[in-house]
Design a binder for this molecule. Sequence first.
Ligand SMILES: [Zn+2]
Length: 417
Amino acid sequence: MHKMQSKELAVMAKRMYDNVPFYREKFKEIGFEPGDIKSIDQLKDLPFTTKNDLRDNYPFGLFTTPQSNIARIHASSGTTGKPTVVGYTHADLEIWAEVVARSLSMAGIHSGDTIQIAYGYGPFTGGLGLHYGAEKIGATVIPISVGNTKKQLQFMTDFNATVLACTPSYAAHLGESIRSNGISEKDIKLRIGVFGAEPWTNELRCQIEQLIKIKAYDIYGLSEVIGPGVSMECPCHCGNHIFEDHFIPEIINPETLELLPDGEIGELVFTTVSKVAMPLLRYRTRDLTRLCREKCDCGRTLVRMEKCLGRSDDMLIIRGVNIFPSQVESVLMEMSETTPHYQIIVRRENNLDTLEILVEIDEKSWSDSIRELEGIRRRIDQNIKSMLGISAKIRLVEPNSIERWEGKAKRVIDQRK
Ligand SMILES: [Zn+2]
């Protein structure tokens, strides 16, 4: 692996230097010629790439090859400004299908399965990314895309879907809809869920697995690196294996940019050594996690990344305390009275940050008795306070009152911005 990564890094650096002015300048700044790179161990001395660099070079400034060699273009809509554009050659698309095929196989999915892909098809990489990997393993594909819950349920039952691929928040919504539409358990053939595109906790996994009676797996990826299929959870559920023959991970301290040793939490950085159209050098993902290189119980030796704590962009600083939405989620999902839907609202009142959490209560726990509800509210209040270290205003809301998202859930409303 080390030998292969070293060889590929040298080839990639030369391709970048020869074809992309942005990278050529960066190499020159540190006095590096592509020929200087002999080993992957030198990666730590090379410059980083950020999302802003992608925006600054919009649309094709980081491509190493002319548009005539580009087979497909994907783009993710930024909340502000220009979208992030990524390009693929035919060879890149082949790598992508390969890593997604590996991911699906890792979860035990095979040619006999029928995969309902409820990720968005379009410029977003979720739908088409899963699609070609699923075709590659010979599975039956239902390219239903996102939304239209009624049709999702109809196809799921009539076409005997055995695998569901979508965001975990939408999976939770579909699970509830199966129940509320009175669909019998014997009409649901689902056995595996492949969920990603947003950070989610193990506690939410338990809730989804109870709702739909499936085994849920985390698929990780980001469009800048390739799309879904950068890493995947194995049946041991002890982190995601990274396909490090294509995507080389590092963990850095996001403040000092220093490389951190394995086992320490920091920002995940990827170098894509095999991609041709738009390789990335030390791309800062903003995702916070840690790496483990010990052999997994499943037998694989590929490096593992722990389930992401969240994106550093998602981190809320409230009254000086760092808070991740995932911490709130893990408290709420451990309680039997809550549904997988919640919302976090941050405000600034009289120069003081306030945190309010809307918690949706499930049908059977929703009560007319104020005393019962107050008991639930108080327990949530205490658990949140001990997890976060600060108190939050907890507001219980009725079943089905929080908006359901078909793609990525918008769980945080920061009104300070
Ligand atoms: Zn494993």
